[in-house]
Ligand binder design. Sequence first.
Ligand code: TZP
Ligand code: MG
Length: 220
Amino acid sequence: MIQLPRLYAIVDASAHESTRDLVAYAEELAAAGCTLLQYRNKSGSARGMLEQAREMKERLGSHPNVAKSAPLGWGTQDSVRLIMNDRADLCLAADFDGVHVGQEDLSPESVRGIIGPDRWLGVSTHNPEQLREADLTSADYLAIGPVFATSSKDRPDPVVGLEGVRRARQLTRKPLVAIGGITRANAAAVIGAGADSVAVISDLLRDPRKSAEEFFRILR
Ligand code: TZP
Ligand code: MG
């Protein structure tokens, strides 16, 4: 069973003007102690995505032991784990550490066949039925959401609320990530509802280092 850090930071390409900005942003998160980062790009070409992902890998993949040297001494992971959203092919091409797929991407078992047994596989779910189904796969962790309203995703599924997180917790023993509208103001309640980790896009965008440190402090 894998162990998730409390904060799962999502680096969404749409929030950054250039690859340089995007990588600098990710480095700030790493400096705050983030050890799990997802690269998400819903509008780029495969070629552009691979270029950005390789840049992230080069700058962060063997990042020194940020977790241990971070002010909060968060975790024991000795480098940043990089997860590719949606695309198993780009995960391999950029030598990322895992893939995160949703209900309309390749199936978990297809992705597992591509990435092998060791890379992490995460699966997004939006209701109990999807969660039960994903629980039967070889996914390393499951995500449930959107917990709250979000403007970071096009056509989001209905919000599941804290009750949806509680329900999800009852349905799986796999590590559980909550996503959607999670902020420093509500993250503790989300963990209290049974999530192991919170995945966040927007509440890290402004002053990422300080924001991530605050998440860690709140979720300690
Ligand atoms: N999947 C469900 S909600 C969401 C995704 C990718 C977006 C989360 O972004 P934010 O800004 O933290 O609500
Ligand atoms: Mg997807």
